[in-house]
Design a binder for this molecule. Structure first.
Ligand SMILES: Nc1ncnc2c1ncn2[C@@H]1O[C@H](COP(=O)(O)OP(=O)(O)OP(=O)(O)O)[C@@H](O)[C@H]1O
Length: 368
């Protein structure tokens, strides 16, 4: 599966762009702030119906304009797919597959599998546990639509339960039966979500460790642990046990909304001790394991977006990563860099069909 061509109007600083891509390797070169990441984000948008960076959709519209449009021509299972998206200021976005508007955007997720590795993945290590839950949820919902549905329902029930706990406290009364309506829902959806996360992490760990050990040439050993109270007891019991605490706190203190992933390097938390290069190696290995996982489940080679991936890594680690992605296991790849030499080395090593594009102030031109 790959994107053959994209046209972009008014998406961030890309005002009028039309580019044909190589099915294998696409290199984007340009100075800082020229629009390389924005192009990748447009490709990301067409897979996920949202930007990797801007939670608020309107921020993706060029500052001087009132709408943006994206159109991507894809090859998938040997047939053509045309995916387009338009967003007008103050209105709901429209997402279309082969001219037919999606009723629910969720239906589109997973059609065009994609993995993006960017410097902002650092928040997975340095940020709060919500970042790591988002990582798990993002991957699982790419191949399991029921999961996303369960997650939405869980969050709705959680909000209702928390509102009720607040109401009980402010009005000085308590109704166990009323609360149990939300408990039952949390248990139903939460247990299913827990099982899916458990399966996902169990499969991810060995693949991730193999990538890390290959890229670092076995310099360090890494670990990854899924933390969830649901490993200790069933969810219904946990809610019962924490009821007193929840009433005092006026919110639900136990559940899959408290899950975390603990990242270790040589048995120490990477958050505290990892060097910048080790952190980067950890993140790249994690995302490559995600790639393998999605590839296996979807039966397609996802598009791989590598944004500024080689920064902070020594020459050996860069070489190892290039070796990994040159493999036939990988399909279409996009790489950004400010340095032409880096890209030339990669192109030489990969020995595959490629295109290079120069990006300058939002204008994208193929280079010979
Ligand atoms: N809504 C918007 N309207 C106009 N310009 C925008 C908008 N959002 C972002 N930009 C501009 O896009 C540019 C950033 O582009 P991008 O992140 O693609 O850079 P880059 O080429 O990847 O740079 P680097 O090498 O530093 O990573 C900035 O100049 C920013 O002002």
């Amino acid at each position: 599966m790959y994107i053959e061509e994209i046209s972009i109007i008014n998406f961030k600083n890309l005002k009028d762009v039309q580019v044909e891509f190589s099915p294998r390797l696409n290199c984007l070169i340009g100075n800082n702030g020229s629009g390389k990441t924005n192009l990748m984000d447009a490709v990301y948008y067409l897979s996920f119906c949202k930007s990797f960076f801007n939670a608020a959709d309107q921020l993706n519209i060029n500052h001087d304009e009132s709408f943006f449009m994206l159109n991507g021509n894809y090859r998938r299972d040997d047939s053509a797919e045309i995916i387009s998206c338009g967003l007008q200021k103050g209105q709901k976005k429209q997402f279309k597959r082969n001219s037919k508007v999606y009723k629910r955007l969720m239906e589109h997720i997973g059609l065009l599998p994609l993995v993006m590795i960017t410097p902002s993945d650092n928040s997975l290590i340095l940020g709060g546990s919500d970042e790591r839950r988002k990582f798990m949820d993002g991957v699982i919902s790419q191949y399991n639509q029921n999961y996303l549905d369960d997650l939405l329902k869980y969050n709705r029930a959680l909000l209702q339960r928390n509102n009720l706990l607040k109401q009980f406290a402010s009005e000085h009364y308590f109704d166990a039966e009323l609360l149990s309506i939300w408990d039952d829902q949390l248990v139903e959806y939460g247990t299913r979500i827990h099982d899916e996360r458990k399966k996902f992490v169990e499969k991810l760990i060995p693949v991730f460790q193999e990538f890390y050990s290959f890229i670092s040439q076995e310099n360090e050993k890494v670990g990854l642990v899924h933390y969830s109270a649901l490993y200790e007891n069933n969810f219904a019991n946990l809610l019962q046990q924490s009821l007193k605490k929840d009433r005092i706190a006026q919110h639900t203190t136990v559940g899959i909304h408290k899950d975390d992933l603990v990242f270790n390097i040589d048995e120490y938390p990477i958050k505290k001790l990892g060097s910048q290069g080790q952190n980067k190696t950890y993140l790249v290995s994690l995302k490559l394991a995600q790639y393998e996982f999605i590839k296996e489940i979807s039966g397609m080679k996802p598009i791989l977006l590598l944004d500024d991936i080689f920064d902070k890594l020594d020459r050996h680690r860069v070489e190892q990563i290039v070796k990994v992605v040159s493999d036939e296991n990988f399909g279409q790849i996009f790489i950004t860099d400010t340095n032409r030499e880096h890209l030339d080395t990669i192109i030489k090593k990969m020995n595959a069909d490629y295109r290079i594009f120069n990006v300058n102030s939002g204008i994208i031109e193929p280079l010979p």
